[in-house]
Design a protein. Structure first.
Length: 165
């Protein structure tokens, strides 16, 4: 079984360089391609929903919460439905959704609101994003697991009419 590629490889350490063996290049390519797509999608949302520095950053909030919801969905699907697809999680999870979500921009938004003298709004945004993002991951994973279970149960159940339709 292959070991996963470590995201914090230090190429100055000889032992870490071993992780960049030729079999890692497809994974890195999948992450890169997905990251481009995710970042472009995030940029599109930020252009569609612009905000002034210090104002509630609805675009960042929407991106982070929807990205977390999709991460919850994806992890169930990759773990239970689409198993054995080596590049799917790196492409969609790390690449697309990693490029799409932007918790660094979230931190800058909080800082800008504080600098604009809107401490209450900054703290509300800080807490709302954290709570909504965690609930979104939970909801995405829970609802997807329930849906996968229902589909599997339906497939195991014999047809009620005895015919094949």
């Amino acid at each position: 079984m292959r070991e996963p590629v470590d995201a914090d490889v230090d190429l100055r350490v000889p032992a870490d360089r071993a992780e960049l063996r030729p079999s890692a290049w497809p994974v890195l390519g999948a992450i890169s391609a997905g990251g481009v797509l995710g970042a472009l999608a995030r940029h599109g949302v930020s252009v569609a929903l612009p905000h002034q520095p210090g104002a509630f950053a609805w675009s960042t909030f929407l991106v982070n919460v929807s990205g977390c919801l999709l991460i919850g969905v994806l992890m169930v699907l990759v773990g239970e439905v689409w198993t054995g697809r080596r590049l799917l999680r790196p492409f969609l999870g790390v690449g697309v959704l990693g490029g799409y979500t932007t918790f660094s921009t979230y931190a800058v938004d909080v800082q800008q609101a504080m600098a604009a003298g809107r401490a209450g709004a900054a703290l509300a945004y800080l807490a709302a994003t954290l709570v909504a993002a965690m609930l979104a991951v939970w909801a995405g994973a829970s609802l997807t697991a329930r849906a996968v279970g229902a589909v599997r149960a339906r497939r195991r159940r014999p047809a009620a009419d005895g015919g094949d339709g």
